[in-house]
Design a protein around this ligand. Structure first.
Ligand SMILES: [Zn+2]
Length: 178
């Protein structure tokens, strides 16, 4: 999909780049029809900052939008620090998934991370459902993952050594994530 810009890893870096070097977000081609030369088309905003207090919040965070002169669809690319279609950032998701992979129950995970049980369950089921597909691509990029046969050790290794954010940046080149 190539929807994520892997080199932009923090919101502060993203905010600076949006204003000083917006062309880095321009897709090489329209994801709908494949035509090159998409135009700048303003911004939309995400409430991507979930760490800072209201006074220090970076929200709303602008995301550059582009318009295809061929099919008139709009498109955008996100920095690595803002997950597509997810409310929480990758590091929160990673902390929850690591606890689960280390044997914590849904209830323990909810108590220790403060994330609702339904959210924890959804992330757990997502990783189980997509694991085979993700593992295929991750193993081709990180050969050392090839010898880890079982689900838990494979994903613990990915989250600890690669990080979920960088794994998703890599997978985004080939697949739709998350
Ligand atoms: Zn198009």
């Amino acid at each position: 999909m190539n929807r994520i810009l892997g080199s932009i890893v923090s919101l502060v870096q993203h905010l600076a780049t949006v204003f000083t070097d917006p062309d880095v977000y321009r897709p090489a081609a329209c994801p709908h029809c494949g035509r090159g030369g998409v135009w700048h088309h303003g911004c939309y905003h995400r409430k991507a900052d979930r760490l800072n207090s209201a006074e220090e919040s970076l929200n709303p965070v602008p995301v550059r939008r582009f318009l295809c002169p061929g099919c008139w669809h709009t498109c955008s690319r996100l920095p690595a620090c803002i997950p597509p279609r997810r409310w929480y950032d990758w590091f929160v998701q990673q902390a929850v998934l690591l606890l689960l992979l280390c044997g914590a129950s849904l209830g323990q995970c909810e108590r220790r991370t403060g994330r609702p049980r339904d959210t924890v369950r959804r992330w757990r089921d997502w990783l189980r459902q997509r694991s085979d597909e993700f593992a295929l691509f991750l193993r081709s990029r990180f050969p050392e993952l090839g010898r880890l046969a079982d689900f838990e050790s494979f994903w613990r290794h990915v989250l600890e050594d690669v990080t979920l954010q960088q794994a998703m940046v890599w997978l985004d080149k080939e697949l739709v994530v998350p």
